[in-house]
Design a protein around this ligand. Structure first.
Ligand code: TYM
Length: 328
């Protein structure tokens, strides 16, 4: 059975972008693949985090995984820092990467733009991500569009390792949704919807209460026309809302266009809000149950135990191939 690995950072609120771009695919893939899903806390500290906030966000993302339908009986759910092999493998891959290729990463360029002092962790971020994926020799990596460049670098590093030390790694493939691999901001369709945007009206958080969701969608920017048509180049805002609609209502873009023909944006936005609320309400109810039940830490401990077996074996093999003397 082929293997899936993916992760989400423990930094701030998860958004509908994370859900549509990544989590929905996690839930789907666990039916047919061996799946490893992690809460990424060591990448989160590449920008400053308050200790208490990091703890809360780590638990919150783990609980959202389960609430969204990731089943710990089918998938291993774990926290990145609970498996020390990630840090060790991250270092090994840092030594294989070139400054030039890390400098070309758009996420690095975006996050460091205009800053006086740039954390070194932000720079080597992608080598830790490569370690995350290659530790499990993953075949498929479900991610949104913004992670494709990091995945490409992971593939390059895997090939580089194989060329220098003999064939060992699979070359992993990305897995993105056909519609919704890049959900955009509600206030500006030229930017991706992001949990780090200081304006909360720009994103729908998975834990936003229904009335907040309705308000954010009714105020979402739309162009001055009135046609509900999917055309990302000419109608980026409406097209973005249609992608969200398509995922939450389970309708194709064509079905949405047909449904709102001649009706304008008012009815479309109102019904979109109800579909988003209907998608998130059950998730929020399950989230509250999981947070209060105390089962989360057992799930995470078991997950880390399961994946450590694979991760530790990979680190040992990699070190052996690179010429480290193994303890005897
Ligand atoms: P992160 O935490 O920023 O985002 C988690 C996942 O959500 C997707 N995503 C989106 N998809 C569509 N539209 C959006 N607006 C949107 N915003 C976020 C992201 O593409 C991602 O799939 N570096 C990764 C975390 C990571 C990882 C890994 C992922 C660390 N190690 C190993 C896969 C495999 C990140 O920062 O994602």
């Amino acid at each position: 059975m082929s293997r899936v690995l993916s992760g989400i950072q423990a930094s701030g609120q998860l958004t509908l972008g994370n859900y549509i771009g990544a989590i929905q695919n996690f839930v789907k893939l666990q039916e047919s693949h061996e799946c490893f899903f992690m809460v990424v806390d060591m990448h989160a500290i590449t920008v400053p985090q308050e200790p208490e906030a990091l703890r809360e966000q780590t638990e919150s993302v783990a609980a959202l995984f389960i609430a969204a339908g990731i089943d710990p009986a089918k998938s291993s759910v774990f926290v990145q820092s609970h498996v020390p092999a990630h840090a060790e493998m991250g270092w090994l891959f840092t030594t294989l990467a070139y400054m030039g290729e890390l400098e070309r990463m758009t996420q690095y360029k975006d996050k460091s733009a205009g800053k006086d002092s740039i954390g070194a962790g932000l720079f080597v971020y992608p080598t830790l991500m490569a370690a995350d994926i290659l530790l499990y020799n993953a075949d498929l990596v479900p991610v949104g569009d913004d992670q494709k460049q990091h995945l490409e670098l992971t593939r390059d590093l895997a090939n580089r390792f194989n060329a220098r030390f003999g064939d060992y790694f699979n070359i992993p493939e990305g897995y993105t949704p056909k519609v919704g691999a890049r959900i955009m901001s509600l206030d500006d369709a030229s930017k991706k919807m992001s949990k780090s945007n200081p304006n909360p009206a720009s994103y729908i958080a998975l834990l936003d209460p229904p009335d907040v969701i309705r308000k954010k969608i009714s105020r979402a920017t739309t162009d001055s026309g009135r046609e509900v048509k999917f055309n990302p180049a000419e109608k980026p805002e409406v097209s973005n809302l249609m992608s969200i609609y398509s995922h939450c209502a389970g309708l194709t873009l064509q079905e949405i266009e047909d449904r709102y023909e001649g009706q304008g944006y008012g009815a479309f936005k109102k019904e979109l809000a109800e579909h988003v609320v209907a998608t998130l309400e059950p998730l929020q109810a399950r989230y509250a149950e999981i947070r209060s039940s105390g089962e989360l830490h057992d799930i995470l401990r078991q997950g880390a135990e399961q994946v450590s077996v694979v991760a530790n074996r990979t680190v040992r093999d990699v070190k052996e191939r690179m010429g480290f003397v193994m303890p005897r």
